[in-house]
Ligand binder design. Structure first.
Ligand code: 5AD
Ligand code: SF4
Length: 437
């Protein structure tokens, strides 16, 4: 039996929404008198905030559970949280006898009582998706990073045939306007200079007839906020009003993550993506007409069931057509319970690996070209953290590039720089001296 924990550690995997949830869980536990375990020290409670989007992530979570056993045979209290917890439910307890608590992404506000139950010898499971939002039951926000996440929307109604999210995160729900604006104020008061609005389908956010563009326009008016971003968007929800905001809201950064998944209409159809190659490219064109320097990023899946070599080559073509500034690509992974997992013609691993490598190198070419195109530009970066070298800090450019600069500026400062060199994954910049008045 576990004793009541005094210290905790949270490990978040997967998407930014899990990072946000991890922060909220940390605030909740701190609010209830637990303390974050110092780096390197054992924690009494470990919360594994898991991701279920691809196979390896779930397997990794279980092996992480196994690794929590200490040399003397003891172990911390272990809470399995996030989407693996949601998908596996009580099964997780059978797969690992070390798991004390199973809590899904919509019920983690109940963790304090579940910890008490676990200390009493029970192994509680809660994967409900209650009508009352967890957000209402969480403590107010206290401290914030210079760049802070704010979840505004959760869940997904799109049911792409490969994806578990509609099952693990539930239906699309938008948080109320007033709650979001209040949380934005708290984040800015606590040191945030940039807010990243999060949602599985963030651009489907809608409340009282108002959409994401109006929310963005309201949040940028808050004093102290320097920048705003949003992710992840779905192509079908890329409304004209949101595109227009990219043209006239200065603080809305020129970066758009717009997953396309495939460059083949047949595959997009089999994926139930509800957009075509042409409609996607038209959206990109409109966005670029509004904000010519915008950096576009995307997600791709290679080896979807039945994907032919010719269809894969269409994916390479769309990469060339869009000239992505960044992109994430994945081997298709059959997720239990999704329609695609039951499809015939599952693609062999070696074929997927070959396609993934070719896609990676094509994306890398465009990413480097984009980075090079920004060399020589005068711009501003938001300093976030120290770099590896002495005196070096790392910040983000408007286009979300990681930028290294020699500076004494503290995290949270906006500094004027000139971009001096481009790498595959980051930029170097020199501080621009303020011109004499
Ligand atoms: N297999 C591989 N990649 C997937 N993604 C979602 N589900 C799967 C799956 N079953 C990818 C998509 C999505 C990103 C978050 O993860 O590209 O946009
Ligand atoms: Fe998954 Fe598709 Fe929903 Fe994105 S839009 S979360 S890929 S089902």
């Amino acid at each position: 039996m576990q004793s009541t924990p005094k210290t905790f550690r949270i490990k978040s995997f997967g998407c930014q929404m899990n990072v946000y949830d991890g922060e909220r869980i940390s605030e909740l536990l701190t609010d209830r008198g637990l303390a974050a375990a110092p780096d390197g020290a054992d924690a009494d409670l470990v919360v594994l905030n898991t991701c279920h989007i691809r196979e390896k992530a779930a397997d990794k979570a279980y092996s992480d559970v196994g690794r929590l056993k200490r040399d003397d045979g003891s172990r911390p209290m272990i809470a399995l949280a996030g989407c693996v917890a949601q998908a596996e439910g009580a099964e997780a307890k059978r797969r690992s006898s070390m798991i004390d608590i199973v809590v899904g992404p919509q019920s983690y506000h109940r963790l304090p009582e579940m910890i008490a139950e676990a200390a009493g010898g029970a192994r509680p499971v809660d994967t409900d998706m209650p009508a009352i939002s967890k957000f209402d039951a969480l403590p107010k926000r206290g401290r914030a990073n210079p760049s802070a996440f704010l979840t505004v929307q959760e869940g997904c109604d799109k049911f792409c045939t490969y994806c578990v999210v509609p099952y693990t995160r539930g239906a699309e729900i938008s948080r109320p306007w007033a709650d979001i604006v209040a949380e934005a104020h708290l984040l800015i008061d606590s040191g945030a200079r940039e807010i990243i609005l999060l949602g599985q389908n963030v651009n489907a956010w809608e409340y009282d007839g108002r959409g994401l563009a109006e929310l963005i326009r309201a949040i940028v008016r808050i004093d102290g906020l320097e920048r705003i971003r949003y992710t992840t968007s779905h192509p079908v929800n890329m409304s004209d009003s949101l595109i227009a905001a990219h043209g006239d809201v200065d603080k809305l950064m020129p970066y758009l993550h717009l997953p396309v998944q495939s460059g083949s209409d047949r595959v997009l159809n089999a994926m139930n993506r509800s957009h075509s190659v042409e409609s996607y490219l038209r959206t990109i064109e409109k966005v670029r007409a509004t904000r010519p320097d915008i950096a576009i990023s995307g997600d791709f899946i290679v080896g979807f069931p039945g994907e032919t070599e010719a269809e894969f080559e269409e994916t390479l073509q769309i990469v060339d057509a869009v000239r992505y500034a960044a992109a994430y690509s994945f081997k298709y992974s059959p997720r239990p319970g999704t329609p695609a997992a039951m499809m015939e013609d599952q693609i062999e691993r070696e074929v997927m690996e070959d396609r993934l490598a070719r896609l990676h190198s094509r994306i890398a070419t465009h990413q480097l070209a984009f980075n090079r195109s920004t060399v020589g530009l005068d711009t501003r970066i938001l300093v976030e953290r120290p770099g590896k070298r002495h005196g070096q800090m790392i910040g983000r450019s408007p286009w979300l590039q990681s930028v290294h600069a020699q500076t004494t500026a503290a995290p949270g400062t906006m500094i004027d720089v000139t971009m001096t060199a481009a790498g595959a994954n980051s930029m170097a910049a020199a501080i621009r001296q303020k011109e004499a008045a």
